[in-house]
Design a protein. Sequence first.
Length: 94
Amino acid sequence: MYGIIIDVKVDPNREEEARHMVNSMVVPRAKTHQGIVAGYWLRDMDGDILRSIQLYDNEANARETAERIRSQGPPPGAPVTLVSVRSYQVIAHI
């Protein structure tokens, strides 16, 4: 199994808008990603980072999705800015 971790910085004046965007646009779009197995969106409790952890069935699907997200970034005018997109191999889980 493989995964990607996406970090975005949330505009502190647009917190509710960012949360709404995750639920109304980001999660539904992620559900269409080829080979996605699971996805989690985590909000930093002491900072301005929102992190997405997405798991994929194979390396190609994870890398292709990461590259697409990296190249597209958030939509214009979004309440977040892209910080990083990284690909990982899952080596253990519980």
